[in-house]
Design a protein around this ligand. Sequence first.
Ligand code: SF4
Ligand code: SF4
Length: 203
Amino acid sequence: MSTLHLPPELSQELQAIYTAMATGYAHVAEVIGLTCDNCPDNCCDSYFLHYTYCEWAYLWQGLHELDPKKLEQIRMQARHYLAASQRDLAKNKRPQIMCPLNETGRCLLYSHRLMICRCHGVPATLTSPNGRRQRFPGCSRCQEIVLQRYAPAELAPAMDRTELYQRLVQVEQRFLGAARPLYPKIRLTIAEMIAQGPPQHRH
Ligand code: SF4
Ligand code: SF4
């Protein structure tokens, strides 16, 4: 097997999606009055799962740019994360363990972090292809602000993730191409994406 590399045009499209997401996020955060400044929480210990090979490959683009010693240290932390999260999951406990890419509160791969890392915080909506509409309330700090300022909470502005997710799906389709059926669906933490190494071709 060989490593799946994200072609430059798909890296650029992913960056464009991330930029659009940052703009949408900033707008909603400003209207609501949400900022991460001095927040007692650090969301990087949340148990988030990620679903796309293209973002996995893009994460590894960033990891490959790190100093090899740093990368080895991160991979070791990822393996510790995996062992600890498996212990928690075996006890039916949702893991709350710091992401191996977080160093003293800061993301070491900020420009390569994944979509879910970027959109967590503000309220959001998502309309599925079958027409089902979901609304996400945002992080704990956001929910406190919304509770004080909006009644009902659904009146608070929300970032619509639908178009961004559609664009992400298109990048994934172009990335895997006709071989897409050969790639099993993934539900991976960032620690798993690091510990497993970059995604591999399947023939
Ligand atoms: S996303 Fe919300 S909970 Fe997380 S650090 Fe920012 S303000 Fe705090
Ligand atoms: S990739 Fe970065 S932003 Fe995402 S959880 Fe890890 S440290 Fe936090």
